[in-house]
Each structure stands twice: as C-alpha cells, then as structure tokens.
Write a protein that binds this ligand. Structure first.
Ligand SMILES: C[S@@+](CC[C@H](N)C(=O)[O-])C[C@H]1O[C@@H](n2cnc3c(N)ncnc32)[C@H](O)[C@@H]1O
Length: 218
C-alpha cells in the first residue's frame, strides 16, 4: 500500500473513533480491535501530542524525575514512552481498555497498570497519590468528558500538576469538549486547582493543532 493510502486509512480510524455521537462501548470495542495497529497508524498521523504533553508536564515538575506520575487513558503507552525518554521512572498507566494496556506493558515504561473507567465514578485510587498526571487524547466524543476532572484532581497531591492535551478543534466541535474549559474554570473558582499554562501548538497530528493545559492542584 502506498504511503498516502496508509495515511488515509489511519486518518479514517482516528476520525472514526472520535466521530460525533459515538458511544463509549463502541469506542472501547474499536480500541480492542485497533490496539496492535494503533502505534503504526498514529505514527502515520505524525502524532506529536504525547511528546508535547510529557514535555510540558516535565517543565512544570522542574528537575524532579523520581516522582509518582499517572498517565490516564494511557492507551498503548505513547505518553509513558515520552516520559521515560525524559527520565521519569515511577509512572503508572490507567485505561479502560485491557487490550490497549496489554500493548502498553510491552513498552516497559510503566510500574503499575490500572484498568479503570474515567467518568464521574470514584476511581479505586487513594486521595493525593500522584505528583503529576498526563492526559492526552482522551477528551473527545464517546471517550471521556469533563465529569471525570474532580476524580483526577482528588488523586493528585496538593502542589502536583495535571497536564492535559487534545486536538484544539474539539473544543469547538465536540459535544464532549464544549463544556471542558467552562468546567475547568469552575473548578478553579471552587479553589480545586489553578491553571499555570495553556498553549495552542502546531503538530498535534497531521492537519491539527493541539491545546495543552497544566493545572496545579490546590
Ligand atoms: C486516543 S487514545 C489515547 C491514548 C494515549 N493517551 C495516546 O495519546 O496515544 C484514547 C484512550 O482512551 C481510552 N478510553 C476511552 N474512554 C475511556 C474511559 N471512559 N475511561 C478510560 N479510558 C478510556 C481508550 O481505551 C484509549 O486507550
């Protein structure tokens, strides 16, 4: 298959699994079948989101590299791989898809693997467990919405950082994302966290800018 055909196929998968109206059970079924091809397809898409999210979290943490980090919606471990390249050695992975976590395991960059669903439900993780968190590519239709943010904040220590990245256009086009920034701002007004960084950047993947946020948990 030619490079352009490969690229069309990978783009179709990326847009297909995030299409408006898709339901979470369809999404998880999609990842179950896609897990082994995901890295190859996202490479075709020149997927730069995980690197940007890992680097942005690292910049917030200064030179601390042995701190506990949780990569949520870790998928096949692309953020974990980038964190590992930056010297992080104490990183856990959380995802709702066992098949994606199974691929993540093969990268040998995570300590613990947590199969959990991100939503309004309470995660089976103690309060104030982590110093840092990466969250890339999870806020979109059929995946994760802003109703999980309070749980993410709960499990990060006061003074810890949460770094979130997504395709910027989804803030305007996705039902799951249109309330994301209002909810982030409301949680700041409630004194739960404080935005320390927001940046729109090119090269989230082919044809799309990304937006990356860092929040400090209070
Ligand atoms: C686009 S992938 C992103 C994976 C990885 N962070 C990356 O950037 O390559 C989205 C991931 O979110 C997971 N996911 C979707 N909905 C979820 C939910 N409600 N709770 C936990 N994980 C979910 C999927 O299984 C998939 O691994």
């Amino acid at each position: 298959m030619s490079a352009s055909k490969d690229s069309a196929v990978s783009k179709e998968k990326v847009l297909g699994v995030t299409r408006p109206g898709i339901k979470n059970d369809e999404v998880l079924d999609f990842y179950k079948k896609w897990s082994k091809e995901y890295d190859k397809d996202l490479d075709e898409e020149e997927y730069g989101g995980p690197r940007k999210v890992a680097q942005t979290l690292a910049a917030s943490l200064g030179d601390r590299r042995d701190v506990r980090v949780l990569d949520v919606a870790a998928g096949t471990g692309l953020c974990g791989l980038e964190l590992s390249k930056l010297g992080f050695t104490n990183v856990d992975a959380l995802d709702a898809s066992q098949e994606m976590l199974d691929v993540a395991k093969t990268k040998n960059v995570y300590k613990n693997f947590i199969k959990e669903f991100l939503g309004p439900n309470r995660l089976n993780i103690d309060d104030d467990t982590y110093d840092g968190m990466t969250a890339c590519g999870l806020f979109c239709d059929g995946h994760v919405g802003p109703d999980c943010l309070e749980q993410l904040i709960r499990i990060v220590k006061p003074g810890g950082f949460i770094c979130i990245g997504l395709r910027e256009v989804l803030l305007h086009t996705s039902d799951a994302c249109k309330d994301l920034e209002p909810r982030m701002a409301a949680l700041q007004s409630e004194g739960q966290w404080q935005q320390v960084h927001r940046e729109v950047f090119p090269g989230y993947c082919v044809g799309f800018d990304g937006v990356v946020y860092v929040y400090k948990v209070l």
